[in-house]
Design a protein around this ligand. Structure first.
Ligand SMILES: NC(=O)c1ccc[n+]([C@@H]2O[C@H](COP(=O)([O-])OP(=O)(O)OC[C@H]3O[C@@H](n4cnc5c(N)ncnc54)[C@H](O)[C@@H]3O)[C@@H](O)[C@H]2O)c1
Length: 146
């Protein structure tokens, strides 16, 4: 079963790929290598691409037909995110929306082609995402609720 791992060439993503392969899944790393490393992709294929590039995402979905997505592609430097918030919103927020839309559209494409239900092969509607607490609202209550 193919699992698309965005940010699969990064720290968290590459370890996730290792665990996925050990569990019998095939991790497909989707990464633009902006901070990740090609050498870190060892447990499945690397599909170079950007989560902001909808056409490329669509191409990779059609090629690998992932059953689920684990989403780790992000900028993750807390200091820089404060200095350049728009850069972070574009990549992390707009990129995530883009990914979710492609997942939705991919499912729609498969439905039209095969007349199958969501649960059938080719439909991708499971997503798991990792984010740091730096993207949550700063408040007075501790601990910060998920
Ligand atoms: N490292 C930690 O300890 C930690 C802890 C909690 C949460 N997180 C969160 O996990 C996520 C990943 O963190 P990390 O430490 O692995 O960072 P990382 O920089 O090592 O990995 C991020 C990966 O995403 C890729 N990437 C970035 N923007 C992309 C884009 N537009 N399209 C495609 N690929 C893109 C980078 O090339 C890189 O390989 C972040 O959301 C981070 O906040 C990390």
């Amino acid at each position: 079963m193919n699992i698309l791992v965005t940010g699969g060439a990064g720290y968290i993503g590459s370890h996730t790929c290792k665990a996925l392969a050990k569990a019998g899944f095939t991790p497909i790393s989707y990464d633009n290598l902006s901070s990740g490393h090609e050498w870190a992709v060892k447990w499945g294929p690397l599909a170079k691409g950007d989560i902001l590039d909808r056409a490329r995402l669509e191409e990779v979905f059609l090629q690998y037909k992932p059953s689920a997505v684990m989403h780790f592609a992000a900028y993750a430097d807390v200091g820089e995110s404060v200095a350049e918030p728009l850069k972070y919103y574009r990549n992390n927020v707009a990129g995530t929306l883009n990914l979710l839309e492609v997942m939705r559209d991919h499912r729609a494409v498969d439905h039209r082609r095969t007349n199958q239900r969501d649960t059938d092969a080719g439909a991708c509607h499971h997503v798991q995402s990792q984010s740091a607490c730096s993207d949550r609202r700063v408040g007075t209550r501790r601990p910060v609720r998920e």
